[in-house]
Design a protein around this ligand. Structure first.
Ligand SMILES: *[C@@H]1O[C@H](CO)[C@@H](O)[C@H](O)[C@H]1NC(C)=O
Ligand SMILES: *[C@@H]1O[C@H](CO)[C@@H](O)[C@H](O)[C@H]1NC(C)=O
Length: 340
């Protein structure tokens, strides 16, 4: 029940023709849930071969080893640390030294239950959906980027356990969705932030956020992280997705054709996709709301637009590939995708 086991994981690098197993240590919290997503995945012919629950989801102090550094130095962001300053990475990771930085939540707090998670994307399908109560009934609710709540409580709920973002998407959301009421990053005592390391900016902001000081250098120099994350500055409040995890997700679940085009270097899974896949690798039951469905043309880009706007397809994401993945995971009974 809620066992913590130490073991080895391997990430087989599948890009290109060379397969190189790389190993490292991890902490793995076993589930005591009888009908867990993991057991459904394991019994599934397709997804049983894709999922690797042993790949660490979060990166923290313990990962700043020579072995990890050598591996990540060979890949560019968000899959590694190529071209990033060692001192910047080291100083950030050393601050993530609390056990709370190693897991999303402590499964031992759910001794006999299944951990139920809702991941709320910002899709127009949620406008008028009245899913708010159902969303809030989950143990944990993940939100991301321009997650407007005020005025949409009946449709999207009010609870936020995790807020996921890159510094770029977070700041862009404040600018682009301010007119719809997204004037502040969600804040509350129990809320935890999930940084996606897509740029040196994310490491630099995370360090300042933990230290409770203004950003000292780089693109966001002068920013006060407390204006985004509130006055409670402590390492416990912040999580950092592991670059190996983002690499594993991209290679196995969202290996887009875009990678082979001139925009290949820009490509990465969307923030929503990273949050949903994070939940799928940590929770026992997952429901996805506000994610792209086959009939996305019926809905506005976001649930909070006043006039219908078509979904914007950015060159750096592959929303149609993501739509296929959500549909297949729903059909396989691995998660519940909200559709209408
Ligand atoms: C974590 O890092 C902080 C800042 O360097 C330090 O003060 C603290 O003692 C460290 N905690 C542990 C458990 O190593
Ligand atoms: C959202 O739903 C309301 C009520 O059903 C509707 O009037 C409005 O046009 C919708 N907004 C968009 C952007 O589709």
């Amino acid at each position: 029940v809620g066992v913590l086991s130490l073991g080895l994981y391997c990430v087989k690098e599948e890009c290109g023709m060379i397969a190189r197993p790389k190993c490292g240590s991890f902490f793995f919290q076993a589930s005591s849930c009888p009908q867990s997503l993991m057991s459904i995945v394991k019994a599934d012919p397709r997804f049983g071969k894709l999922f690797r629950f042993h790949v660490p989801v979060l990166m923290w102090a313990r990962h700043f080893t020579k072995e990890t550094r050598d591996r990540l130095k060979e890949r560019s962001v968000p899959y590694g640390w190529q071209g990033l300053s060692d001192t910047a990475i080291a100083s950030t990771l050393h601050l993530l030294n609390d056990s709370a930085n190693s897991w999303l939540f402590d499964k031992t707090r759910f001794p006999e239950g299944c951990v139920r998670c809702a991941v709320v994307g910002n899709g127009g399908i949620l406008n008028g959906s009245r899913q708010g109560m159902e969303i809030d009934a989950h143990d944990f609710v993940f939100r991301l980027n321009g997650a407007v709540i005020k005025g949409f409580e009946d449709d999207v709920g009010t609870k936020t356990s995790f807020y996921g973002f890159t510094v770029n998407t977070m700041k862009n959301s404040l600018i682009a969705y301010g007119e719809y009421g997204f004037t502040q990053i969600p804040q509350s005592k129990d809320l935890r932030y999930i940084f996606i390391p897509s740029d040196i900016r994310d490491y630099v902001m995370l360090k300042s956020a933990i230290l409770g000081s203004r950003v000292q250098e780089g693109y966001d120099k002068g920013d006060d992280p407390r204006t985004y994350f509130g006055p409670e500055a402590s390492a416990k409040k912040f999580k950092l997705l592991h670059s190996d995890f983002i690499h594993y997700l991209t290679v196995r679940f969202l290996r887009s054709e875009i990678i082979n085009t001139q925009y290949g270097y820009l490509y990465m899974p969307s923030t929503g996709a990273l949050m949903l896949l994070t939940a799928l690798h940590t929770c026992d039951q997952v429901s996805a709301y506000g994610f792209i469905t086959d009939n996305y043309r019926k809905f506005s880009d976001h649930y909070y637009e006043r006039k219908k706007k078509p979904l914007v397809f950015y060159a750096n994401h592959d929303m149609l590939l993501e739509a296929e993945l959500w549909k297949s995971l729903h059909r396989a009974g691995i998660m519940k995708l909200y559709q209408r």
